[in-house]
Design a protein around this ligand. Structure first.
Ligand code: AMP
Length: 542
């Protein structure tokens, strides 16, 4: 028996209508310009999205062609987010931080036909354009289109000129909710980047999860500072979620350094903000030297990499701002789990819950798989690879067979950890990044967090390095805070109280800067290579 319910497709067009209609006058997108900001009401965003859709139709986007964006977080990028999927085309957010050859690969692989580019990114984009085989139109936003030299067969347009005079309403087509809405390539530190294609349905459901109280609790009363780039896992779903519930959104554009982030927070008073730990480390360091009022923040969301507990505690103890730790992947839209502790938990137990990766919501099923593919219990001890499935988890990669990443319909996350009986995931490592010393696991993440708890340490990365006796041992690469001094022996003593003796690292190196991936995470592959090439000055403690 079927239900009597209407079979209304879940679509981005509904999100667009909700944000630009009922919330059209009250909610705004606020884009930082360096000194101040420019504001646009959601009603105008809706009208301009309609104009953009008409303009794209005029350029031949009549079906599911891919429309790329090479942009920072700003109002025009939001317009593309809404217009492109709603008209039935596919938004492809190009990660401007990928290596040029990776960018060429992804744009060609996705067969992008039109690309919207921020004028400030033209010097970078101009170098790629001659290699982009399927691009026919480039639309330049926020500057002079003449700055781009177009190869034969490519037309260059100005964003505002293209929109001018277009109708401000669009008859959004009724689409199959399972059809492609947007795509994003994983930064792929190994092999070629892999494309994840989100559907209208997956984005709609994921946006609802972002807004749920035990998600990011986004509501019309909020002003979200979206630091996480719109080209990295769809800015963690914030643009769509904000438009869905009528929360205003603050977009930093290209001003992602600690100083402007602090300035825009003081000026625009966001109620929540989301970014990777590296960004927050920088913000805290800046705030300590140059205090600003950041009291508008009711919560700060940290994810994309493990959040060091020292970061959480500083935010909370110094500024009274709670940190919400969340885990996810490009493949999981990205919200996979959120660390909201159960009611009534206090003291150290509370910190344990909050520092974990959190509990997957109803839309995400999780399991742990050990060696030999056996499913492990949620006992808070058994360590295995995390596998997930659900309506906003990818089932494959676009045009790229990678059966290794999927297991009986579950996504292999490559993340390793345990799950408590009440469903909290605690990651201890990545599958390819675990340190197995004498047959026992050492968590590199745990060591990093502990070393970063030392006041002289700005950042610490831990990798496994070959060791004759133990097969592998941890190597700690330390970046010191400006003007601070500490040696390896002191740091080892500092760890001695909180780390089992056999886990205490004997290999240490001091580096001026931690190698990072295009999305600002520790690039362990590069560090491993530097070590293998003998480029690191390693101290061995006895
Ligand atoms: P990406 O698709 O680039 O966002 O990378 C996803 C990966 O980042 C995950 O598989 C994890 O390895 C890592 N990651 C994301 N969030 C967290 C977190 N809260 N704690 C630890 N690792 C994380």
């Amino acid at each position: 028996m079927f239900s009597t319910m209407q079979d209304a497709p879940l679509s981005i067009a509904r999100i667009l209508e909700q944000g630009s209609g009922p919330h059209g006058a009250s909610a705004q997108v606020i884009t930082w310009t360096g000194e101040g900001s420019r504001r646009r009401a959601y009603a105008d965003v809706g009208r301009r999205a309609a104009q953009l859709a008409h303009a794209l139709r005029g350029l031949g986007v009549t079906g599911d062609q891919r429309v790329g964006t090479f942009m920072w977080n700003n109002a025009e990028h939001l317009e593309a987010y809404l217009a492109v999927p709603s008209m039935g085309a596919v938004l492809h957010t190009l990660n401007i931080r990928l290596f040029p050859e990776q960018l060429v690969y992804v744009a060609n692989h996705a067969e992008d036909e039109v690309v919207l580019v921020d004028a400030t990114l033209l010097p970078l984009f101009g170098k790629l354009l001659p290699e982009l085989k399927t691009v026919r139109h480039v639309i330049v936003s926020g500057g002079d289109k003449a700055a781009l030299e177009a190869p034969k067969g490519v037309e260059v347009h100005g964003y505002e000129e293209l929109l001018a005079g277009q109708p401000v309403e669009f008859d959004w087509p009724e689409l199959d909710e399972r059809s492609a809405a947007a795509m994003c390539y994983t930064s792929g530190t190994t092999a070629n980047p892999k494309g994840v294609v989100y559907s209208h349905r997956s984005i709609y459901l994921h946006s609802m999860q972002v807004c749920m109280t035990d998600g990011m609790a986004l509501s019309q009363a909020d002003r979200a500072l979206a630091v996480v780039p719109m080209f990295h896992a769809m800015s963690w779903g914030l643009p769509y979620a904000a438009f869905m519930v009528g929360a205003s959104i603050v977009m930093p554009d290209r001003f992602l350094q600690p100083e402007p982030l602090v300035k825009m927070t003081a000026a625009e008073r966001p109620t929540m903000a989301a970014a990777v730990p590296t960004i927050w480390q920088g913000v805290l360091q800046h705030l300590a030297a140059d205090p600003h009022d950041v009291s508008s923040l009711r919560e700060v969301v940290v994810g994309g990499a493990a959040c060091p507990p020292s970061l959480m505690k500083t935010f909370e103890e110094k500024y009274g701002i709670p940190v919400l730790h969340a885990w996810g992947m490009t493949e999981t839209s990205p919200l996979g789990s959120v660390a909201r502790p159960p009611a009534g938990v206090t003291g150290e137990q509370l910190w344990k819950y909050r520092a974990s990766q959190g509990r997957p919501p109803a839309g995400v099923q999780a399991r742990l798989v050990g060696d030999d593919d056996q499913v492990l219990p949620w006992d808070g001890e058994s360590v295995g690879e995390l596998e997930v499935r659900g309506p906003w988890i990818t089932a494959s990669y676009y045009g790229d067979d990678d059966p290794e990443k999927f297991h009986d319909g579950w996504l292999r996350t490559g993340d390793v950890g345990h799950i408590s009986p009440d469903g909290f995931v605690q990651l201890t490592d990545r599958a390819k990044d675990v340190i197995k010393s004498g047959g026992e696991w050492i968590s590199s993440v745990d060591l990093e967090n502990k070393v970063m708890g030392h006041p002289a340490v700005a950042e610490a990365m831990v990798i496994g390095v070959p060791d004759e006796k133990w097969s592998e041992r941890p190597l700690v690469a330390v970046v010191l805070r400006d003007g601070q001094q500490v040696d390896a022996a002191e740091l080892r003593d500092f760890l001695a109280g909180s780390v089992a003796k056999w886990q205490l690292p004997e290999y240490w190196t001091f580096i001026p800067e931690a190698p990072k991936t295009s999305v600002g995470k520790f690039d362990k592959k590069r560090l491993r290579k530097q070590h293998a090439d003998g480029e690191l000055d390693v101290t061995r403690l006895g």
